[in-house]
Design a protein. Structure first.
Ligand SMILES: Cc1cc2nc3c(=O)[nH]c(=O)nc-3n(C[C@H](O)[C@H](O)[C@H](O)COP(=O)(O)OP(=O)(O)OC[C@H]3O[C@@H](n4cnc5c(N)ncnc54)[C@H](O)[C@@H]3O)c2cc1C
Length: 244
């Protein structure tokens, strides 16, 4: 059964930045709270349009960001790769109490726990955000969903929410395989190299029985779709969110 898509708010809703965490060398997590304290109605996987506004000089910049928080809380969080672009430069200089406007939620990349009992999540970098929202919902609502997740980062110090992921592994049916793609002096005992069909097969023998969610940059998503084809996973069961 398909659930109704939450109605996006047409008007921009006011939020304030309540916390900024320098999570990894390149990624900051922004926590924003609505002035009316009402939770946004969204399904994990969806994104919102965030608007930065300043009056002197008059600037308004809007970009899409996937929600990393659970739908059960009014506070939204976002894993933002600080690339020094137009919006991310403004966010670099923002502070607690600054206002941001939100419209949405949007997107067809949606996780419906009643439809997907067994899932395979494949995330690259900040592509973890929608998966994290899904994992939090699975935990909050005790949905019993069986999750195998592959999460790719370049270096061990780029893993977002490492402790929270560990904690979730002990609370829900989650097998999390983190892979590091580049060599460095940083200690690492986990998987190495890019995710491919061989790596997926090694850790997830029943991958064909799972609905697959992929999120990350364009090249990553292309490679992961190719891997799911090689594994003989039905296209209908593969959902992807591309940012590039
Ligand atoms: C559905 C959706 C969800 C998204 N979710 C997320 C998310 O959760 N987290 C996230 O971080 N992003 C996410 N994005 C990307 C986000 O919307 C922005 O595109 C991104 O934050 C860059 O915005 P900007 O204004 O800072 O860059 P812009 O100024 O718009 O620059 C655009 C592009 O130019 C290049 N560029 C510009 N300046 C530099 C620079 N100094 N160094 C390197 N490259 C540069 C980059 O390739 C960049 O992507 C999402 C996009 C979509 C479509």
């Amino acid at each position: 059964m398909l659930m109704a898509v939450p109605n996006p708010s047409i008007n921009k809703k006011e939020y304030i930045i309540t916390q900024i965490v320098h999570e990894t060398p390149d990624v900051d997590i922004f926590y924003i709270t609505p002035l009316d304290n009402q939770p946004l109605n969204f399904d994990p996987g969806m994104f919102v349009m965030l608007t930065y506004v300043s009056t002197e000089p008059k600037v308004e910049i809007t970009r899409a960001f996937s929600i990393g928080s659970s739908p059960t809380t009014p506070v939204l969080d976002f894993y933002i790769h600080m690339i020094h672009g137009q919006l991310t430069s403004k966010l670099e200089n923002s502070k607690i109490g600054d206002k941001l406007l939100v419209t949405g939620p949007y997107g067809q990349f949606r996780f419906i726990p009643s439809e997907d009992k067994k899932v395979l999540f494949i995330a690259g970098g900040t592509g973890l955000a929608p998966m994290m929202s899904m994992l939090k919902q699975i935990n909050d609502q005790s949905t019993g969903t069986d999750v195998v997740m592959f999460y790719s980062v370049r270096y061990p110090n780029e893993i977002i929410r490492k402790d929270e992921l560990k904690e979730l592994e002990s609370k829900i049916k989650l097998k999390n395989i983190i892979t590091v793609t580049r060599e460095s002096d940083l200690p690492w005992n986990g998987e190495r190299g890019r995710i491919n069909s061989e790596m997926i097969r090694k850790h997830c023998e029943d991958c064909r029985e799972r609905t697959v969610y992929i999120c990350g940059p364009l090249e990553f998503v292309k490679a992961m779709k190719q891997a799911t084809q090689e594994l003989g996973i039905n296209n209908v069961k593969v959902k992807a969110d591309v940012w590039g």
